[in-house]
Design a protein around this ligand. Structure first.
Ligand code: KG4
Ligand code: ZN
Length: 341
């Protein structure tokens, strides 16, 4: 199949609580992007409940796809391929998107493309700014991952560093719950921190001599501090915690870019919506004389436009995915080699 600027891909994303569909032409022209979420149903439980997420996807997937196609202004017959997230994610949730994508591919007689959700987050940057020059270093920070990845060409990834314990988003969620700020914790801490003093408490920073991250000790330090000082101001704790996370993310990303000679630093994943991280990212890249890319907030969190974009690149390089393909909750990023600092 000839994959070019006119190839239209319908992308589906159902790996967690978002049910999303998007129509993208040529890997970067977003014709529509619809996102629905079952987040409200998970709030009372303080986290995503897999069974509730799967049931919500079953109810939402058909109307979300119909809306994405309608808003794109293209006819069904113009769709050249259907891409869906095959992992990582919640098994029951993933299966809904994969089954829907395969069914549509069969009905329309077009290729099915299985997409790695982590690879799609890497493509979110290129989707909004196709002029980004490779090699890039991407910091992927979400509820499940904190990874520094070098992207030297399409599909060529090298893992430079990752968290050795909690993901950054997980640390935001756990600290927010401890502080009584609710769920999801990232946006709650972001809001609360605006009223606090980020220098109020000097929480521990990054592990030296490595591009790896660790957030579990920081989380414990926050808890110990609050237990010892029960009258601490919540906004100050939130601001100081946020500053410690952002300091460590920015320092390691800068170092990684320097070490591999990257032309740009790209931010991706849910935590990339954090206000302080976004500000500091731009300033750091400016100081280091490299291209900064901070995606729009809508592109940071889970969406299907990034799935369709990554699907377009995968279809171009590897062709269609077999319909025997399943859903893979623990799927990892396909790495070309490991990195030793
Ligand atoms: O990428 P994502 O939507 O889902 C996956 O984990 O794949 O990321 C969700 C994570 C959650 O941990 C949430 O608390 C965090 O991103 N997050 C934020 C902000 N908005 C979302 N963390 C810090 N500041 C924010 N503004
Ligand atoms: Zn994600």
């Amino acid at each position: 199949m000839n994959v070019d600027e006119s190839t239209v891909v319908l992308g589906l994303e159902t790996s967690c609580d978002e049910t999303a569909a998007s129509v993208v032409m040529g890997g970067s022209d977003v014709l529509s992007s619809v996102i629905n979420t079952s987040i409200e149903q998970h709030v009372p439980f303080g986290g995503v409940v897999p069974e509730i997420a799967s049931r919500a996807h079953v109810e939402l997937i058909a109307p979300v796809i119909a809306q994405a196609i309608e808003e794109s202004g293209v006819a069904d017959t113009r769709i050249d391929a259907v891409a869906a997230t095959v992992g990582p994610g919640l098994i029951g949730a993933l299966l809904v998107g994969v089954a829907a994508a395969k069914a549509l591919a069969l009905v329309w007689d077009v290729p099915f493309v299985g997409v790695n959700h982590l690879e799609a987050h890497l493509y979110a940057g290129l989707l909004e700014d196709p002029s980004l020059e490779l090699p890039l270093v991407v910091l992927l920070v979400s509820g499940g991952h904190t990874m520094l990845i070098e992207m030297s060409a399409h599909g060529q990834y090298r893992l430079l560093g990752e968290t050795i314990d909690d993901a950054a988003g997980e640390a935001f969620d756990k600290v927010a719950r401890f502080l009584g700020l609710g769920y999801p914790g990232g946006p709650a801490i972001d809001r609360e921190a605006q009223y606090g003093d980020p220098t109020a408490v000097a929480f521990p920073r990054a592990i030296p001599d490595s591009l790896n991250f660790s957030f579990s000790g920081l989380k414990t330090a926050v808890m110990n501090h609050v237990r010892k000082h029960p009258d601490s101001v919540t906004a100050d704790i939130a601001a100081s915690f946020q500053m410690a996370v952002v300091d460590s993310l920015v320092a390691k990303a800068r170092r990684a870019a320097r070490e591999v000679g990257a032309k740009g630093l790209v931010l991706g994943g849910g935590v990339a919506a954090n206000s302080l991280l976004r500000q500091r990212w731009a300033t750091a890249c400016d100081e280091d004389g490299i291209q900064a890319f901070v995606p729009s907030r809508a592109m940071c969190t889970d969406n299907a436009a990034m799935i369709a974009a990554a699907g377009w690149y995968r279809l171009k390089s590897d062709g269609p995915t077999s319909l025997d393909c399943g859903a893979y909750p623990g799927l990892r990023l396909p790495l070309v080699q490991s990195y030793t600092p």
